[in-house]
Design a protein around this ligand. Structure first.
Ligand code: BTN
Length: 242
């Protein structure tokens, strides 16, 4: 699929800008919005996303979906998997924390924030990704949870544009596969990319209750199966492992 790219030196948030400008986007193209810095970068669960100038990837992929609405929940997972492939090309082994956090060891390298806007009979999907590329340790330490960057993990500086280029290459291809074959085409690779193995202890917050249990599996639809100490398998569509 063809794409159109917008690049900004400074923006509040590439996702916010995409939501505000969705009417300008072509339905048969992927619109890619990137920025050198975000002054109001947003993370999941209304968190702030640290977005200092010229150091990291802040990119949003916006595209129209007329149908396939059952796949919406899998788009962020497929974007995160595309980042795993994009970064493998640069020599990094990046793992996923369900559903779509990018991790190196136990530290967060990046994340995905996926939003939608209804237009006509379909939806514009606004899938934003942040990847810490050249963020030094002094800035990583200011983030309120353990964070890493390619610089920290690899010991040298990396081209932000190369990361975006790789990401685009894999995501455009994977999105076509998702539309044609659904998440089942990704399920096994997704499970392999995860940072947990079957039986690993997990604490899970579904924003009502904190559940203690063990990683059981990922269902065909990408949701998480947690095994509770009672032996019951509990399925979650959203929430956060911590
Ligand atoms: C998370 O909380 O893990 C998701 C982080 C998503 C950050 C990206 S950076 C580009 C896009 N614009 C935003 O404001 N957020 C996303």
């Amino acid at each position: 699929m063809d794409f159109v790219r917008y690049h900004f030196e400074t923006i509040d948030s590439t996702n916010t800008w995409a939501k505000q400008n969705v009417h300008k986007f072509e339905k048969d193209k992927i619109t890619i919005i990137s920025a050198e810095e975000q002054t109001a970068g947003r993370g999941r669960f209304t968190r702030r996303w640290e977005s200092p100038k010229g150091l990291n990837v802040y990119t949003t992929f916006a595209f129209y979906l007329e149908k396939y609405s059952s796949l919406i929940g899998n788009i962020p997972q497929v974007l995160a998997m595309s980042a795993v492939e994009a970064l493998a090309e640069l020599g990094f082994i990046v793992k996923l924390k369900w559903p779509n956090d990018l991790m190196i060891q136990d530290e967060k390298l990046g994340g995905v924030l996926c939003e939608t806007t209804a237009i006509d009979n379909g939806l514009f999907v606004i899938a934003g990704i942040g990847i810490n590329v050249n963020m030094p340790q002094e800035l990583l330490q200011k983030i309120d949870r353990p964070a890493t960057s390619l610089l920290k993990a690899g010991g040298s500086l990396y081209s932000i544009e190369k990361v975006i280029e790789n990401l685009q290459k894999y995501f455009v291809r994977n999105l076509e596969i998702l539309k044609l074959r659904g998440f089942k085409a990704f399920h096994d690779a997704y499970q392999r990319d995860l940072m947990y193995r079957i039986g690993d202890p997990l604490s899970f917050n579904d924003f009502r209750t904190i559940w203690e249990g063990f990683f059981h599996s990922i269902k065909e639809d990408g949701s998480l199966n947690l095994k509770l100490p009672s032996g019951e398998i509990k399925n979650f569509l959203s929430g956060e492992i911590f």
